[in-house]
Design a protein around this ligand. Structure first.
Ligand code: ACO
Length: 325
């Protein structure tokens, strides 16, 4: 038995923050943002909106498309670094909104790689029969942790959620190979030090902006390209696939230049590479499941297509999954 994605869904807040809007907030320009990142706009949640709402909407769509009942779900994994609250997990809050009362639920904290971590964890549990249906979600309201005085990060991030139902299928279909990795020595390349037991959450840490994301962008860039290409090659090899076999490549949407560099390193033709970075910016763990669902909705992905997904994020964490649709 293999594990395959049986249904997908996504959801975004309605609010849009354009490059022109950012030009009024920090010293930047549409020209700089577009040429350095490919981003033209991103979604921004309104005050009062929270992560699990978007995750639940994306999940409802995925459940409907998979044609199952929420009570048939055995496992809910929500990848997020922007949870509703510290306790309980966002996955439990989503579970309550869905009425998926028979599932175990937990969050995965692996930044932009979280969704691929989720697929990698659910995959063997389905293969061995411990779990029949798993709901894997990537959901983020990153704009809540963005410092709108820091032009090097505030132009990058957006909000949204994507979800997938995984279930058993015959061998040869679904997930063919999956790999995840991390290296905690890179903590300070991309981090938010406030809000935990180390720095705490006090008036002082808030005034200092310790809860905001901080990133050494150009350092992250180099490691991201190298790691995504390397792990993708490993996964293709394990699945017995060649680059020419790939019908669709969905990389994490961090920066169009990263997408182009990884695609070039793997020698994947531009026509096979998915990108929605112009409309949505970097939505961290949500970017791959959102991208996959957009491809399903537009008919870009067809039965038997080979899909490669690769990601890189804070931690550092990275991963790749190859599957036959
Ligand atoms: N507008 C105008 N100028 C800017 C802006 C801006 N928004 N931001 C930075 N600059 C300036 C810098 O100050 C610098 O000026 P200087 O040369 O006078 O010092 C110049 O532009 C170049 O800055 P760099 O940081 O070297 O620019 P770079 O080309 O590397 O692009 C970016 C920055 C977009 C952040 C890029 O490095 C990147 O995308 N990195 C990877 C991000 C990533 O993949 N993150 C991982 C996932 S995120 C997660 O896990 C949550």
């Amino acid at each position: 038995m293999n594990a395959a994605i049986l249904g997908t869904g996504h959801s975004y807040p309605e609010g849009i923050l354009t490059n022109a809007d950012l030009e009024k907030i920090v010293e930047t320009s549409d020209e700089w943002i577009t040429s350095r990142t490919g981003i033209k706009q991103r979604r921004k949640a309104a005050p009062g909106e929270y992560t699990s709402q978007f995750a639940a909407r994306a999940s409802q769509e995925a459940i409907k498309r998979a044609g199952i009942d929420p009570n048939e779900i055995d496992l809910i994994l929500c990848a997020t670094v922007t949870p509703d609250q510290i306790l309980p997990s966002t996955a439990c809050l989503i579970q309550a909104q869905l009425g998926a009362n028979k599932a175990a639920a937990m969050d995965i904290v692996a930044a932009c790689s979280g969704f691929l971590y989720g697929l990698s964890i659910a995959n063997p549990m389905i293969r061995c029969g411990q779990v029949k249906y798993a709901l894997v979600i990537g959901a983020e309201l990153l704009t809540r942790y963005v410092d709108y005085t820091d032009r090097s990060t505030c132009v990058l991030f957006g909000d949204g959620a994507g979800a997938a139902i995984l279930g058993p299928v015959e061998e040869g279909r679904g997930i063919l190979a999956a790999r995840i990795r991390s290296d905690g020595r890179y903590e300070e390349q991309l981090y938010a030090p406030g809000g935990g037991t180390k720095a705490g959450f006090t008036a002082e840490t808030i005034a200092r902006g310790d809860h905001f994301f901080k990133m050494k962008g150009n350092e992250v860039f180099k490691v991201a390209v190298r790691s995504m290409a390397e792990i993708s090659r490993g996964v293709l090899c394990e699945a017995g696939l060649k680059t020419e076999d790939i019908d669709l490549f969905i990389p994490h949407q961090a920066n169009q230049r990263i997408t182009d560099a990884v695609s070039n390193a793997l020698n994947v033709d531009e026509s096979k590479v998915f990108s929605n970075i112009a409309q949505h910016g970097n939505t961290s763990s949500a970017s791959i499941p959102i991208g996959l669902d957009e491809c399903v909705e537009s008919g870009r992905v067809k039965k038997d297509d080979v899909i490669l997904m690769a990601s890189f994020g804070g931690g550092f964490t990275w991963g790749a999954v190859a599957m036959r649709w």
